[in-house]
Design a protein around this ligand. Sequence first.
Ligand code: FAD
Length: 211
Amino acid sequence: MSEPRTRIRRLPEKAAHDRASLDAVLDAARVAHLAFVQEGSPVNVPVACARDGDRLLLHGSTGSRLLRTLGSGVEVCAAVTLLDGMVLARSAFESSMHYRSAMVFGTCAVVPDDGKVAALRAMSEAWMPGRWDTLRPPTAKELAATAVLALPLVEWSVKISAGDPEDPPEDLDAPVWAGVLPIVAAYGDPVPAPDLRGDPEVPAYLRGWRP
Ligand SMILES: Cc1cc2nc3c(=O)[nH]c(=O)nc-3n(C[C@H](O)[C@H](O)[C@H](O)COP(=O)(O)OP(=O)(O)OC[C@H]3O[C@@H](n4cnc5c(N)ncnc54)[C@H](O)[C@@H]3O)c2cc1C
């Protein structure tokens, strides 16, 4: 029997096999790159993503190539990448990055009309917690223009790179700084829309958001 395609062969010590690690990576991600083959050519499309239980939700225009192709059952590999830091070793060869990444393989299911609003709500709340209920509901026209896909979290892998530079002993006396430069993502100050009416307050829930 052939090996599962999700088995990490290169640096397998960086593999995480528990579902909690997958969930943590997906929940911290805002963007997935969706790779698939269309008419014999590979394409790789970045889209917003959100985990909802055992599925990764994706959405877009019903007219887009991406949504139509993946909705027809074409196989996809979704990759999510979080960059956490630069590892500065004493040589360029040993220098690297801290990251958390996941790949999910499978085929997407089209979320039916009666599940669409709940799925869109789940996505909105993943990206902008607390906001959905303050907004008007989607119109029938908006819903008809939007396709939602669900990629099941069945076949997946997670790779996590962390830790200190690993220089060989002969490099340790090199007169260069070595260590880790963490990457910290943060939102900036809110910028009001130029056409904002009534001067409403910046919502308090924004303060808890993390990119
Ligand atoms: C931010 C970032 C930067 C990187 N930079 C480099 C680089 O410059 N050069 C380089 O060679 N590699 C880099 N990697 C690692 C790269 O993603 C691959 O893991 C590595 O190249 C081995 O690929 P492979 O197909 O030979 O792995 P294999 O181990 O043969 O892949 C087998 C299976 O393991 C799983 N897998 C492999 N890689 C990952 C992953 N990253 N995340 C989740 N599952 C995975 C997949 O299911 C895959 O089908 C980087 C990763 C990240 C996240």
